[in-house]
Design a protein around this ligand. Structure first.
Ligand code: ADP
Length: 159
């Protein structure tokens, strides 16, 4: 059986921390679908299309990684796509409580879909899309935090 893992998130925008999780996930699963979910409670900087284009550019050398978007419930989306696994990254203890809550709810919704946690690489443990946007707003150098296309787009957004 081919193993499809969904890597869901806001990706506003994708960072090297996300990319690290995607690259490592792509070595474990047959196929990884990076799916942009439009989280209504967050006001995004990038449109869903822009976020997908930036992810596509960042994963272009990973043949088993695809990019998609959805405004469905994650567990419904996973079932529609016959995915067995959801990948999430963990940075700090502060991520844990939220992830635990979401995962428990997701398991209640569909116990056939497993959530797979990957601990961030130490160098990215402080990294989030929000912190990148915050410093990029002040034209700080974010070249070692995000893929090159994201750096360029952030410069355009904040020019
Ligand atoms: P969400 O709104 O679902 O939290 P994000 O785009 O912020 O979406 O994150 C998507 C996933 O990537 C989450 O599992 C998050 O924990 C993980 N992630 C974000 N930043 C990092 C990082 N620096 N290292 C590892 N995982 C990360």
């Amino acid at each position: 059986m081919s193993r499809l893992a969904i890597c869901p998130g806001s990706f506003d925008p994708i960072t090297n921390g996300h990319l690290d999780i995607i690259q490592r996930g792509a070595k474990i699963f047959d196929e990884v679908m990076v799916t942009v979910f439009n989280n209504q409670s967050k006001a995004p900087l990038f449109t869903v299309e822009e976020r997908m284009d930036l992810i596509r550019d960042a994963v272009k050398d990973l043949p088993n990684v695809k990019v998609d978007s959805s405004d469905h419930l994650l567990m419904d989306y996973a079932k529609e796509n016959h995915a067995n696994v959801v990948i999430r990254g963990l940075r700090a203890v502060s991520d844990f409580e939220y992830e635990m809550q979401i995962t428990s709810m997701n398991r209640k919704l569909n116990e056939d879909i497993e959530t797979f946690f990957m601990i961030t690489n130490n160098q990215y443990s402080f990294l989030s899309s929000s912190i990148v946007k915050e410093v990029a707003k002040y034209h700080a150098d974010v070249s070692d935090l995000v893929p090159p296309a994201v750096e360029k787009s952030l410069k355009q957004k904040f020019s």
